[in-house]
Design a protein around this ligand. Sequence first.
Ligand SMILES: O=C(O)/C=C/C(=O)/C=C/C=C(/O)C(=O)O
Ligand SMILES: [Fe+2]
Length: 313
Amino acid sequence: MSLALVCMSHSPLLEFNDPPADVKAEVEDAFATARSFVHDYDPTLVVSFAPDHYNGFFYDLMPPFCIGYEALGVGDYGTTAGPLDVPTPIAEQLAAWVADHDLDVAISRKMEIDHGAIQPLEILFGGIDEVPTIPVFVNGVAKPFVKMSRVRRLGEAIGSFLATLHGERVLVVGSGGLSHDPPVPQWATADDAQRALLLDGRHPTAAARDARQQRVIDTGKAFAAGTATIQDLNPVWDRALMRTLATGDLSPIDAMTPEQMALDAGNSAHEVRTWVAAFAALGQAGPYDVLSSCYRPIREYIAGFGVMTARTS
Ligand SMILES: O=C(O)/C=C/C(=O)/C=C/C=C(/O)C(=O)O
Ligand SMILES: [Fe+2]
């Protein structure tokens, strides 16, 4: 049984802030390469590892991981709202398999997901219900964070399940990262209004969503202009992580700590957990080859922006 993988940064600013034309063209090329890779592989099932940005998961009940039995996009930043095509019986079997492998994972029969999960589906497939997709939420913004070894083990458990699905061509997707420090509020420093949002800010009014999003768009413009106070991108850190993922030996990642990751690569660098889970899953089908890998630090997107494709050798 072979598996295929696409890992890619996402950015809520993709449609709102434009980097220089050559950089934008490079990103479009990377997306086109990934699309063509996926088209050739022709997956029958997608397992999507993605974080959330306080649009679907909140501090009233924040799991480290959650497998969606049903899911719907919330429509933030102009992404598609509405239901995904989740193959519920396979998602249920996956959750049971993972539990049987000593990992405690939440499940949701109505998972709400944001641009972090939706953007790759739109970019790769042109829609959110084109291919049956099991969404796996991986917390990448809300402290506390489980150890990186735990993320790797989750990916391995999911990959070992996927390797049993002989009738399927499975694509694993990791969405997020790399280094970036967007203005997602942190509980410890949030004011009362921000804490209300972090606690249970589901289903905001259109005006409230717009105001929240405009703040992020403005921060992206200021970051590009050199006037934002957010932490800088870290291309050295990003490239080193991509190199490690490409080797097939993920053991060095176990030594990464959330504290050092935030110091080195910003508070949203924890989103790389999705990449680690996706590569760990891929590795369960045997050795793999990275077929394409591109990277650019893009301040307009507030993102160390990477796209990788890989496939079982
Ligand atoms: O809601 C807010 O106040 C802030 C949200 C963000 O900064 C969102 C950032 C989104 C990303 O996907 C990212 O990873 O940068
Ligand atoms: Fe994100």
